[in-house]
Design a protein around this ligand. Structure first.
Ligand SMILES: N[C@@H](CCC(=O)N[C@@H](CS)C(=O)NCC(=O)O)C(=O)O
Length: 447
């Protein structure tokens, strides 16, 4: 409870609680005034800590066009974790990111203790340990599983429409080029920054990678149709709840935000589509990005006072409930992405068996079929999602038999659901290295 240090706290309240997370920082838990339960925590530096508290700021290496960077930013804000954004220049890549991570990549954080954490999923996992309040991992099994599944869907499947719209629409070519140019041609004038980006290997390799996602003449129609249906489904959900699992964001909300904001909201062509066809999705993005869109205050004694939130409009849904309005999105996950994931398990297991000397797996190990609507085509077999899937199967196996039965029952209505959580990943156990994965067991020595 409020101790003497907090008697002068910025938001004195009989119910405020202080959570000391380090000698220099105190988090003050406020009663949930915010209508969206969004900013109930406030970072208050310990009085007199001055430079010492500055040292506690995380450095967040990120880019606005990067979906995985944008997964982290609203998370940092929601948790009130003090941070400084570093938009990496070539020099920053060359002298900090490459030496410390091993390759040029964002997002990366450097902690106040000078530890480097790369990968959006790993960053949230790390920060949840360091800054547990307010938690973004649900405390109950079904909601945790759904959050993990939707995080994997956003990170590794929404990339298909995102890459398609970003790179197939000539109307916004200059905007996309400028956004890359800001960073890649920082020393030229803004108008020059959007020219001749093709000369840069980084730009061309991202641009040319989209066929591996399975985006081609045959699939484009289905990619657009499926995405627009997804927008409509998500809009229906948002008509009832502000976040995926109720009234408070979970990890999957940040993953949804990252992909949707960085690529499908900001990029002009899909941005127009989202705002015109699914304005509730667009306003979810804006809310997650800090906008306050609906009346926030009542008037009491002539003063504007933050609205209080009724108890049934706070937190995740009670009783480990999964909102019914998420069903169409979950059906899409199981219909579109899960068959690909299950085939990836087979393909990666076979690859690891056939290549016992390979430690670090290539990011793509060939092609496999996938299906969108009525169209079948081919896409790359990506190895990284195995690591994310492993987190899901490990979570399932960590549950008690009773909890597993409850998950099994919940998944009964989703074809491939039980198969997914019970998938045998012993032939393809990996650890994450950076954007690549490597064998959990070191490769057999050639000697
Ligand atoms: N799984 C990683 C993906 C990171 C990623 O792909 N970052 C992109 C920018 S959005 C990048 O820097 N790519 C460089 C590369 O993949 O070599 C994460 O969640 O952070």
């Amino acid at each position: 409870m409020c101790g003497s240090k907090l008697s002068a706290c910025y938001y004195p309240s009989p119910t405020c609680q202080a959570i000391r997370s380090s000698p220099d920082l105190i988090y003050v838990l406020l009663p949930p005034y915010c209508p969206e339960g969004w900013s109930s925590y406030t970072y208050v530096p310990t009085p007199g800590s001055g430079m010492a508290s500055r040292k506690k700021v995380y450095q967040f290496f990120a880019q606005e066009i990067s979906p995985y960077s944008m997964k982290i930013r609203p998370y940092l804000r929601y948790k009130n974790i003090p941070y400084e954004t570093v938009i990496p220049s070539f020099q920053v890549h060359r002298e900090i990111i490459i030496p410390r991570v091993g390759l040029s990549v964002v997002p990366v954080i450097i902690t106040p203790e000078d530890k480097v954490v790369q990968d959006s999923t790993a960053i949230i996992e790390y920060l949840e340990q360091e800054h547990p309040y307010p938690p973004v991992v649900p405390p109950t099994p079904k909601q945790t599983l759904v959050s993990l599944l939707l995080e994997l869907f956003a990170d590794e499947w929404l990339t298909i429409p995102a890459m398609h719209y970003r790179w197939s629409k000539p109307e916004h070519k200059k905007y996309i080029a400028l956004n890359f140019g800001f960073v890649m041609k920082e020393h030229t004038s803004p108008l020059e920054q959007m020219e001749n980006l093709e000369d840069f290997k980084f730009y061309s390799s991202i641009k040319n990678s989209f066929p591996f996602q399975g985006i081609n003449e045959n699939t484009i129609g289905e990619v657009e149709r499926s995405y627009q249906e997804f927008l409509e489904d998500f809009q229906q959900h948002l008509n009832k709840y502000p976040y995926l699992l109720g009234y408070q964001p979970c990890v999957a909300d940040f993953a949804f935000f990252g992909l949707l904001y960085a690529m499908l909201y900001r990029d002009p062509v899909p941005g127009y589509l989202m705002k015109c066809q699914a304005p509730l999705v667009a306003s979810y993005i804006e809310r997650m990005n800090g906008a306050v869109l609906s009346p926030s205050h009542d008037v009491i004694d002539g003063k504007a006072v933050k609205k209080s939130v009724p108890p049934d409009k706070q937190g995740l849904l009670p009783g480990d409930e999964i909102p019914e309005t998420l069903q169409p999105i979950l059906h899409r996950v199981f219909r579109e992405q899960v068959p690909v994931l299950l085939d990836t398990v087979k393909r990666v297991s076979q690859y690891m068996k056939d290549n016992p000397d390979v430690d670090v797996l290539p990011r793509i190990i060939g092609l496999h079929d996938f299906r969108l609507g009525d169209v079948t085509s081919q896409r790359g077999v990506y190895t990284y999602p195995i690591w994310m899937l492993q987190r899901i199967t490990d979570y399932y196996h960590s549950l008690s038999p009773g909890q597993q039965r409850m998950i099994d029952r919940f998944l009964e209505e989703y074809p491939g659901g039980q198969e997914l959580v019970q998938a045998d990943l012993t032939g393809c156990r990996v650890e994450r290295m950076d954007v690549r994965v490597r064998r959990a067991e070191p490769a057999k020595s050639k000697l």
